[in-house]
Design a protein. Structure first.
Length: 452
């Protein structure tokens, strides 16, 4: 492409290329048409990301194509127009060296549009990758909590298990008595109603799971639908209670593979059968006690020799499985995020510095007529700030809307979204300051030599 362009360009134009502004690709009425088209494409892309739950896989493809095309067309049309409007503002243009600064921008902006659009996309990819990595990390605990509310559920705690449980500061803990015979597993109504357990309830409005206590009444002599035939005369346990009881019921043990029946305390005391207790506990921070949960699982396996870890399916096992899957994704998110951010800033920095030598004559002219070094420096800061600002704004908009894509697989895709934004601003600001410093050094060192 470069060879073809050089063949079509006259030698005279090549020699005086640094004295001509970059050519305008889109002119006249086409500017308005392309500008509207860019907004339509961006709107379609954003809508595809917001309503991805309905569009599914096709929404990702639509968003990728339309957002990318819309971004390039947006910079090709709106950015030159924005600079033109800045220069047309008489009050702002005549203030200080703004006339020269805006003229510099207008001179080079058409050649920067493609690079700035690319930088905006790289910002979106980099910050989005870091945001996705954080969201996947946070999703481990949220997904674990959606499967199991209580941090530990132990049947008949042994001395070793009790010792570990005493060292854990539980936010909530309860014990429920039971008896087992050949027909049912019996739970005491008074124990359950005195300390109702927590259950998950699906929120239709937010399409998420919420946690609340069981609120339904618990009839005496009601039985679970699990493991028995139900007829009109059978008094069944309410759905909420049955959900809560099954979640803490040790069905991995053969003698518990029976229906549940609710009895009062008097009947419980008179009933013959094997007696035991179920302990359930929940802490403020599950992750802080992973060593304790692991040890409790090991003690449970020692207590029941014929039971495997997969049969128990404790909260720790669920957490460990999610963590194993997510850890690689988190690493890749941060790795790709940093790589994209480095590419984005480097591309813009080298594009600006590659054209710095062509600006020397114009800055020398201002120095010769008496413009101070401080005012020239201020002009450089302002010019490059506008160049850096445009892709940063569009890139951040892409990130904030684009994180909806992860809502397809994550509970909270916007978890700590401020952190990748802060990382991006730090990296971007560092590259901006480095670019300004190198730009000033190229100009001032060479201009001093020329002037002398």
């Amino acid at each position: 492409m470069n060879s073809f362009t050089l063949l079509r360009t006259s030698i005279l134009r090549l020699v005086h290329g640094d004295t001509h502004a970059d050519p305008i690709i889109i002119k006249g009425k086409m500017t308005g048409i392309v500008a509207i088209l860019s907004l339509i494409l961006l709107g379609i892309g954003y809508a595809s990301m917001i309503y991805l739950d309905k569009l599914k896989e096709s929404g990702i493809m639509i968003a990728m194509l339309t957002t990318t095309a819309g971004t390039y067309l947006f910079f090709e049309t709106f950015l030159p127009l924005f600079v033109k409007k800045l220069k047309a503002n008489k009050t702002r243009n005549e203030k200080g060296l703004n006339a020269f600064t805006f003229a510099q921008l207008k001179f080079r902006i058409n050649g920067l549009t493609k690079v700035l659009a690319t930088v905006a996309m790289l910002i979106a990819l980099g910050s989005g990758a870091i945001s996705g990595g954080l969201a996947f990390k946070n999703n481990v605990m949220k997904s674990t909590d959606s499967f199991e509310i209580y941090d530990t559920v132990i049947n008949n705690p042994t001395t070793g298990e009790t010792k570990i449980l005493k060292d854990i500061p539980f936010k909530e803990k309860n014990e429920y008595r039971y008896k087992v015979d050949d027909t049912f597993v019996y739970y005491v109504k008074e124990d359950l109603e005195q300390s109702p357990p927590l259950i998950h309830r699906r929120s239709s409005e937010k399409n998420t799971n919420t946690v609340r206590r069981v609120k339904q009444d618990l009839p005496v002599n009601s039985t679970s639908s699990y493991g028995q035939e139900i007829n009109q005369n059978t008094k069944t346990i309410p759905d909420e209670w049955e959900t809560a009881l099954i979640s803490m019921h040790p069905i991995y043990l053969d003698n518990f593979n029976k229906p549940i029946k609710i009895i009062d305390l008097k009947t419980y005391q008179e009933l013959k059968g094997k007696m035991g207790t179920i302990f359930i506990g929940k802490t403020e921070n599950f992750v802080a006690y992973t060593k304790e949960w692991k040890k409790l699982d090991e003690l449970t396996l020692e207590k029941y020799k014929d039971v495997k870890a997969d049969d128990i399916l404790s909260k720790y096992e669920i957490y460990n499985d999610f963590y194993t899957v997510a850890s690689g994704t988190v690493f890749m998110g941060f790795f790709l995020g940093v790589a994209f951010l480095a590419m984005m800033a480097s591309s813009l920095m080298f594009k600006i510095l590659s054209g710095a030598t062509t600006d020397i004559n114009r800055y020398e002219m201002l120095r010769k007529i008496g413009v101070s070094r401080e005012r020239l420096t201020k002009s450089i800061y302002k010019e490059l700030f506008i160049v850096f600002l445009a892709p940063a704004i569009i890139g951040m908009v892409h990130v904030l809307i684009g994180m909806n894509i992860f809502g397809f697989v994550l509970i909270d895709p916007y978890y700590r979204i401020w952190l990748p934004i802060v990382i991006f601003l730090f990296v971007y600001t560092a590259y901006y300051l480095i670019t300004v410093h190198l730009y000033k050094r190229i100009f001032f060192e060479k201009s001093i030599i020329h002037i002398n």
